[in-house]
Design a protein around this ligand. Structure first.
Ligand code: MBD
Ligand code: FE
Length: 289
């Protein structure tokens, strides 16, 4: 391999894969090398531009900590995460649609009793979230687990905000014998994804806004069923049509229904008419094969 040129360099790199044993690795790298070379041939980056690109990826890596995942943010904002999700969770009639996990999931959320609130501070407007978990034929699933997380009304997750208690606005709930779940929370807000890193610079360079519509994350799982990672979005949010991470699906938009005059422990002591905010949403899981 000498005197490689613009014309034969791609072929020479691909040739080297003939020694690669793992067939999937071979397939993946073959495609990656071809796509990368095609991209370079199309764009013809200057050497300064290529160095800037390497600098950008370096900064993405350096921005990552145990509380900040800039690579996920890059994948999300370029639509890659939703494309991976779409390919791996093709729509199955009668089941809840999936959406992206995002960078703020934590595995060890506390298990809470039905009806409890995931808000440790109670700051914000209380909402009650309830519904059923069932299979495709509407048969209720007992003991399904809903792992839930969201931002505070200031638009920050616990890990982003030193003022919030650890594990604030996270919890795991279990369905009862009739497949019902119930919990309380506070109204989430639409908010910008973090813009103080290289992905923020990329978005502003592209004139793309960083905002996500208000949402509540769920991983719903049950024995014998395929778990679904999804999000519920609040109807009427101004960013439903332009989510910075492309995650909104019509079937995942939920209405907050306000009932005046309902008795509520939270508001009964105040001198205002008690209002109950309700979200009702039923999840449906596909049986595992
Ligand atoms: C979020 O809160 C989120 O849910 C996703 C998918 C990406 C960035 C921030
Ligand atoms: Fe989120």
């Amino acid at each position: 391999m000498r005197d490689l040129t613009e014309a034969n360099l791609t072929e020479a790199v691909l040739q080297k894969l003939s020694n690669t044993k793992d067939p999937r690795l071979k397939e993946v790298m073959s495609s990656l090398i071809q796509c990368l070379h095609t991209f370079i041939r199309e764009v013809e980056p200057t050497q300064d531009e290529w160095f800037d690109a390497i600098q950008f990826l370096t900064e993405v890596g350096q921005k990552c900590t145990d509380k900040r995942q800039e690579f996920i943010l890059m994948s999300d904002t370029l639509g890659a995460s939703m494309l991976i999700d779409a390919i791996n969770n093709r729509k199955v009639e009668g089941t809840t649609e999936s959406s992206v996990l995002g960078p703020y999931y934590r595995e060890s959320a506390p298990e809470l009793a039905s009806g409890q609130s995931i808000s440790m501070t109670k700051e914000g407007e209380t909402i009650q979230v309830s519904g059923h978990v069932s299979d495709q034929k509407h048969v209720p699933i007992k003991g399904a687990i809903l792992d839930v997380w969201q931002t505070a009304p200031n638009g920050l997750y616990d890990v982003q905000d030193t003022k919030q208690p650890d594990m604030n606005l996270r919890g795991k709930f279990r369905t009862d014998t009739k497949g019902r779940y119930l919990f309380h929370t506070v109204k989430p807000a639409s908010y910008p994804i973090p813009t103080d890193g290289p992905v923020g610079k990329m978005l502003s360079g592209l004139s793309w806004h960083p905002n996500r519509p208000a949402h509540i994350h769920f991983i719903v799982s049950a024995k014998g069923f395929k778990p679904v990672t999804t999000q519920l979005f609040i109807d009427g949010d101004p960013y439903l049509e332009s989510d910075a991470v492309f995650a909104v699906k019509d079937s995942l938009v939920a209405k907050i229904v306000s009932r005046e005059g309902a008795s509520s422990k939270d508001t009964a002591s105040n001198n205002v008419s008690p209002v109950h905010n309700d979200i009702h949403y039923d999840f449906r899981l596909e049986a595992a094969q």
